[in-house]
Design a binder for this molecule. Sequence first.
Ligand code: AMP
Ligand code: ZN
Length: 114
Amino acid sequence: MENCIFCRIIRGEIPSRKIFEDERILVIEDITPQAPLHLLLVSKKHLVNCLDLSTQDDDLIGYIFRKAGEIARQKGYAESGFRVVQNNGAGAGQSVFHIHFHLLAGREFTWPPG
Ligand code: AMP
Ligand code: ZN
């Protein structure tokens, strides 16, 4: 997508702090961190959010969750706990309309989320 900010980051047109990259995903530091660890796991395929998924994306979404756990463990947050969040629609707080998963850790989290 031409003007999508995450597509532009994936293409290298906008700088980012990259944690991990392979053919399916890019993992970057969030530019406005909400926790000591705040990463974004971004699909390289432009999908808007959950409403845009089809059966062919099932493996991708499973892979992203597994990767979130792997990174959280690597960063030392397996014991303390961490949160994986994905917002769908402006009403739920989605501000970038390219599917991504927030990985947050390093502080106390409340429930329900705000
Ligand atoms: P959401 O509000 O769930 O759509 O999440 C979008 C996230 O992208 C927010 O947490 C923003 O801080 C983050 N963000 C926006 N622009 C950038 C950028 N250029 N690099 C890294 N993170 C960004
Ligand atoms: Zn995009």
